[in-house]
Ligand binder design. Structure first.
Ligand code: ADP
Ligand code: MG
Length: 690
């Protein structure tokens, strides 16, 4: 392909093959199919862009009031002034007197009569034919022109190889039976249409992506995704995993029975149920891929611990990975408390360990001396290799990228078998996501909180009433209870964030002299954080000032009051998670959301919703409608896995259709399945297996 641009510009955008170019679909169109005389353009161009052309009869650069280029063009009917406030010498040359140009833009009343400001300009001969299709405008990164992309796409569309790979291969019978209407074009026609829609195309439907051509493309994309998910599902079933059956022999279920006996509470009905589902999966000879979902505080940890116990009873290792050091540490402390009395060796691995300690931990993991391993991302680093990993638990799974979830399999230390995976999350998965990205994931839900939980009363308070809030905290602490004071994450500046936390800490220390105030933030070293948290847990610290590092996992039942400063800066999920830290003990729990004015409409609505409900499902739904599914999927790390043309909310009905067709293809036309995957996903299938 010959272009003036170095080929890397297109390649950088991922447009490195005819297929990639064909699937680089326009974001909008310009209508250059109609040409008006200048006289007609003057009257029609008041509210919409018009196209006209003429001979340049004057071209001058003015310097007052600022440097600008004024050009006049003329045809048989009238003349038109063009004004350019920014221009390049090349444009000046293009519009030199005597040149013939085609221009497109809106006309408006200027100081010196009717004119076009910054029209698009093209040098043409007077006889130049008009395009018969709308002109596509492509998504482009800076420094690459539409002309270059258009040329490349047009060339790609003419490649015989491309035509072949876009060829229809759905059996006609299936299409007639299953596709919704006969106005769906085949894929090649659809793609060509979207790149070059005829002048009379329904541009609104094209923009909304509801046009039959779009539908066909979206359907194909979903079909490929469904096929690959279903394939992942059957591939998983063919993989081998160690079978962990509940042993009837007491000596062989020592750890599990010991844990159950030592627990200071009875499992809730919901916990029993999900544990049964998980236990059932663990007894299979293929790896479990299950999501354990339950609202903040619903008691997911103990279920994970039971699963770990069963794996360990069978002589295998179990690992628990959490996205933050604080959360991982909480798990570590809890698991140590539960398991060490049962003779289990629990190891800790995090990035912040000293080199020597890290090496020691790695050796214990590799030799099998460590039976239960708790840690952060450090667990999936190349230097880690498990002796005999039977179960991986991944907490707050949406905080990890898809790739990272795959990584753990590569650390298992044996190519012969895979470990069971248990993911945990407090964020419910909306139905559309469950049907697409999570289709190969079994889901267990804990839909009941442990008994005795008091609902959390949430109050929304202006920052101007800070003194009142502080005196409320004083009364609270005087009752022998503890509290959190949360300072917001300041994305732009870690220094600023630290500063506000330190300021609040100092102010509160002064205002509450009879109590011990502690401070924990992201800049502290691991052991420093641990020391503060331990002191808080032991009630040596009564008020804990914290940045959002405590967002997840901290568990101190005596701390039932939480004040959140600048609550307007937090998202739904964050506050919901934070708030879940209180309401764990027997005291009435209170969460105070302090906000600074002025409050945006969105923030106001958010705070109001949070005050009215503590139902994680309601909150997750509001959240999803605001942000889209990206965050739930850990999309930051897995952009490639995203559906490009499908909007899960708008196109939900297409998902079911694609699912049905995928089933049919897999049942009756396995040969076609490969072709669909190859043409659509290329190398991206890996991601969908996670
Ligand atoms: P999450 O689901 O948010 O991870 P945790 O597992 O941290 O919740 O549990 C929250 C708290 O509830 C912990 O203190 C835990 O010990 C306690 N808990 C868990 N299950 C029960 C139960 N069945 N009865 C009473 N308390 C429980
Ligand atoms: Mg948890």
């Amino acid at each position: 392909m010959k272009t003036k641009q170095p080929p890397t510009a297109l390649q950088k955008m991922g447009l490195d093959s005819p297929m990639a170019l064909a699937l680089h679909l326009p974001s909008r169109y310009e209508d250059e199919t109609e040409l008006f005389s200048i006289e007609d353009a003057l009257s029609r161009g008041r509210f919409a862009s018009v196209q006209t052309q003429g001979l340049v009869i004057r071209s001058q650069v003015l310097f007052r009031p600022r440097r600008q280029l004024l050009v006049t063009i003329e045809d048989d009917s009238a003349s038109l002034q063009l004004r350019f406030l920014n221009f390049y010498p090349s444009q000046q040359k293009q519009m030199a007197v005597g040149a013939h140009v085609r221009v497109r833009g809106e006309v408006r009343e200027g100081f010196q009569g009717v004119e076009m400001v910054h029209p698009t300009v093209r040098a043409v001969t007077p006889e130049a034919v008009l395009p018969s299709s709308l002109t596509p405008v492509y998504p482009a990164s800076a420094g690459i022109s539409q002309t270059i992309i258009r040329k490349a796409v047009n060339q790609a569309l003419r490649e015989p190889a491309l035509k072949e790979s876009l060829a229809e291969f759905l059996p006609e019978k299936l299409m007639i039976e299953m596709l919704p209407s006969n106005d769906w074009p085949n894929l090649e026609t659809a793609i060509t249409y979207l790149h070059q829609p005829p002048a009379d195309a329904d541009t609104q439907a094209l923009l909304d992506r509801t046009h039959p051509a779009w539908r066909r493309v979206q359907f194909e994309e979903l079909l490929a995704q469904q096929i690959s998910l279903k394939r992942a599902h059957s591939i998983r079933r063919q993989r081998r995993a160690p079978q962990f059956e509940k042993s009837k022999n007491k000596t062989k279920s020592k750890i599990e029975d010991g844990l159950l006996k030592a627990l200071p509470f009875k499992l809730t009905g919901a916990q029993e149920l999900v544990w049964a589902e998980i236990g059932d999966n663990l007894s299979n000879a293929f790896p479990m891929n299950r999501l354990l979902q339950g609202d903040v505080g619903s008691g997911k940890t103990v279920v994970a611990a039971l699963a770990a116990a069963r794996a360990m009873d069978h002589g295998y290792q179990a690992a628990v990975m959490a996205p933050t050091e604080i959360l991982a540490e909480q798990h570590f402390l809890k698991m140590k408390e539960w398991f060490e009395p049962l003779g289990v060796t629990v190891a800790w691995l995090s990035g912040s360990l000293k080199v020597k300690d890290k090496r020691l931990a790695q050796e214990m993991i590799e030799s099998g001396a460590a039976q239960l391993i708790i840690g952060t991302h450090a667990l999936i680093q190349e230097t880690v290799s498990f002796a005999k990993l039977g179960l991986a638990v991944i907490d707050e799974q949406h905080r990890f990228g898809v790739r990272q979830r795959l990584e753990i399999q590569q650390r298992v230390g044996s190519e012969l078998f895979y470990c069971h995976q248990l993911m945990m999350s407090a964020t419910p998965i909306p139905r559309t996501l469950a049907m697409t990205y999570y289709a190969d994931l079994d889901v267990s839900v804990i839909d009941e909180l442990p008994p005795g939980r008091k609902p959390i009363v949430t109050k929304v308070v202006k920052a101007a009433r800070r003194d009142e809030v502080i005196s409320g905290v004083h009364d609270w602490l005087s009752k022998g209870l503890q509290a959190y004071w949360v300072c917001p994450l300041i994305e732009e500046s870690e220094v600023l964030q630290l500063q506000t936390a330190v300021e609040s800490f100092e102010q509160l220390t002064l205002a509450l002299p009879s109590f011990k105030v502690g401070l924990v933030h992201g800049r502290l070293k691991g052991h420093e954080k641990a020391a503060v948290m331990a002191a808080f847990k032991a009630n040596e610290i009564q008020l804990l000032v914290a940045t959002t590092v405590i967002e997840v996992g901290v568990d101190v039942p005596n701390a039932a009051l939480m004040v959140i400063e600048h609550a307007e800066r937090f998202g739904y999920a964050q506050i919901h998670q934070l708030r879940g830290r209180v309401g764990r003990g027997s005291a009435d729990s209170v969460c105070i959301l302090m906000y600074a004015e002025p409050l945006s409409l969105a923030a106001k609505e958010r705070l109001q919703t949070l005050r009215e409900t503590s139902d994680g499902f309601v909150i997750a739904e509001r959240d999803l409608s605001l942000r889209g599914p990206g965050e739930l999927l850990g999309a930051k790390q897995s952009g490639d896995a995203m559906l490009r043309f499908v909007d899960l909310q708008r196109d939900a009905w297409l998902i079911e259709l694609a699912q049905r067709v995928a089933d049919r293809l897999l049942a009756d036309h396995v040969d076609l399945v490969e072709r669909q995957l190859a043409r659509w996903l290329g190398s991206r299938t890996e991601f969908l297996k996670a």
